[in-house]
Ligand binder design. Sequence first.
Ligand SMILES: [Zn+2]
Ligand SMILES: [Zn+2]
Length: 147
Amino acid sequence: MLQCTALTDIPELDAFVALLDMENGPDHPPDVLALYDHLLCELGEHDEYTEHAARLWPVELPDARDLWMFWTGTGAHRVYRFDERPICQAVSRRLPIRHTRVCRLFAQHSATHSWDVTDPLGDLLTDIAREEVRRLYEEADDQDDTD
Ligand SMILES: [Zn+2]
Ligand SMILES: [Zn+2]
């Protein structure tokens, strides 16, 4: 399943308040807001009745809740809220144990778990980076040959 392509700008004042109010939030919320202008929906493609969802602040502690922004609509019709949600507990067991993957979404998300969501742009960038590394290695090899 492809990743949803919805993008939204961050309502800074409300995001600031949400970051300030949350448990285990950042020490300095303005630093977080300075990092991003926009948030991209992290869900797999979904219908218009499902809210878009993007993580604003990952706590990365066991049993902690991350801060997510949920929204529907665009422009003047956008409706949004911030909510702290526990992480989805699902684990992919279809693969050998060393490849076990955990879902990066929030508990009770709609649609598919994150490991089934593909991001063509992200994959493309990964391929380009991989190609670049290969090229650099080859250049290094060529230089070794001339010694
Ligand atoms: Zn979405
Ligand atoms: Zn999940």
